[in-house]
Design a protein around this ligand. Sequence first.
Ligand SMILES: [Zn+2]
Length: 674
Amino acid sequence: MAAPEDVVKRVSDLRSAIERHNYLYHSLDSPEIPDAEFDHLFNELKEREQQYPELVTSDSPTQRVGSVPLSAFSQVRHELPMLSLDNAFEQADLGDFDRRVKSRLAQEDSVVYSCEPKIDGVAVSLLYQDGALVRGATRGDGTSGEDITANVRTIQAIPLRLLGSDYPRTLEVRGEIYIPKADFMRMNQRAVSEETKTFANPRNAAAGSLRQLDSRLTANRPLTMFCYTVGLVQEGPLPDRHSDILRSLESWGLRINPLIEVVDGIDHCLAYYSRLQDMRDDLDYEIDGVVFKVDRIDLQERLGLLTRTPRWAVAYKFPAEEAVTVLEDVEFQVGRSGVITPVARLKPVTVGGVTISNATLHNADEIDRLGVRLGDRVVVKRAGDVIPKVTQVLPREGSKRARKIKFPIKCPSCGSEVITLPDEVVARCTGGLQCKAQRRESIRHFASRLAMDIEGLGVKLIDQLVQQELIETSADLYHLTLDQLVQLERMAPKSANNLIEALEKSKQTTLPRFIYALGIAEVGESTARSLTQALGSLDSIRMADEERLQQVPDVGPVVARRIFEFFNQDHNKAVIDSLLQSKFTWEELDDSAITNALDGSTFVLTGTLSTMSRGEAREKLQSLGARVSGSVSKKTSVVVAGESAGSKLTKAQELGIEIMDEDRFNEFLKTHGL
Ligand SMILES: [Zn+2]
């Protein structure tokens, strides 16, 4: 039975509608209809196609996932080679690039560049014929890759049929398939709980997912894509600027990165680079640098290629964050609360321009998980200012030199027993006050920059003071005399004097600093600020019971118990009282600041802020007592919407939640003294 005309039309309308909503949801992150309504459209299409199988086409949204696994991937020859980019590693290289471009073009004016984040994913090519996706291929060696059509079809962000009608007859689109960081974490967590293979990073996970012979498996992986250029184009003109081509791609339903910018001149490229470097950790996808492309296509053509590398583009990579080196030894450090941390002593290696010879191994469980032994070749990773860590062990060649790491049963500093409490992963020295390492570490924390900021009181000096038993606690620092200090090794009278002055100066401080300096487990700077803002004075904080403490934003039951226990231990009481006798001063907060304007309110941050990173914004809000959540719901008080805010903004509008743009948000922070 042939399908009646009205059904044919309905099927076609359904497909267009589904494609459009799919695009709004996956590419623009701003759905117009609720999920249930989308499902409804999708199910209707499925039913109609079941009723009239002759209406099923391969580009129907119902046909994304194939049912027969492949036995192998076939090879695809790229009609136009997929080029690789020239790399710039430092600012000077970028300057050279710009000079070469100008000199080849015989141009003195600044060049207009398109600036794009360099996504750390898997490069692929998509071929559209008459608007239908006919082929997906990996980059391979640039000349030929693998045919992964069945797998790319399962990715919702990739349209099976282009939107609109003004696309070229043949259109090859290139871009990067990746897995968002949050999805990657979830994927690995699930793998751990199901005891299947975990992936080292999102890029490996994306590559592994694309190389499944059974596309039903690929369909379950959270893959998505950003497109960044075109390859083969036939029958149909494209705009004459790269940035406009990207806009066309977007209008045809392909996903384009929202951070792409067009700038005039190389200085602006540098500014863009710094901006993205700052944003890097807040992005939901991994980037390993930025790419600059000459925006005008006619200029690109004049510049041409140098073998396989275009002369009109350059990748400026962020400093490498990983390197391979050898684990030479493991040392066990005792922290201020007795926690014993294994520290890897590494053969020195340069990572992102910094030489690294130590990395943390966290705890005994982590050593087991990594399966690391002495003499192993390991991958160390450095991210921002965080302490480098060992992330991976490379396969051993022969087992002779790989010795097992023995976790100590006695404290390396005081010889006391080391125990692991049943509800903790960390091992602790039980020496308490007798343990010089614990004393030294707690004083070091007390003097540190974010705490009392005592200039000239370094680790070596603290060590001497503790070893010679001139001080036992941080309070003793303020009883040190000039005579005692000048007798120390390498201590000139002038430095001794300076130290006494620095100690004196440190007494003028703020309450949050003082609280933080006490070194209460789990109480960082922001918790110290929350405590101050919620409770107002040191006395109220010292007197608060666990119940009251739990009402402080950011303070859960565990932290509340730690704080309560801390202030109720005789030793700590004595140290604090002794410190207070040295007459510390801080400004008392007035009532309006204490009542904590944002107490109990929930903020959601979305989009990109230009004046601060999302992390900074989060901290500021938390310091005022607000909760910061990742998703918009009825309980949300305010949504802060930066540049290119997507679905969260739409949702906030739907729910009638207060929305602040960046200017208003800054104003708002100002009125709260930030
Ligand atoms: Zn100890």
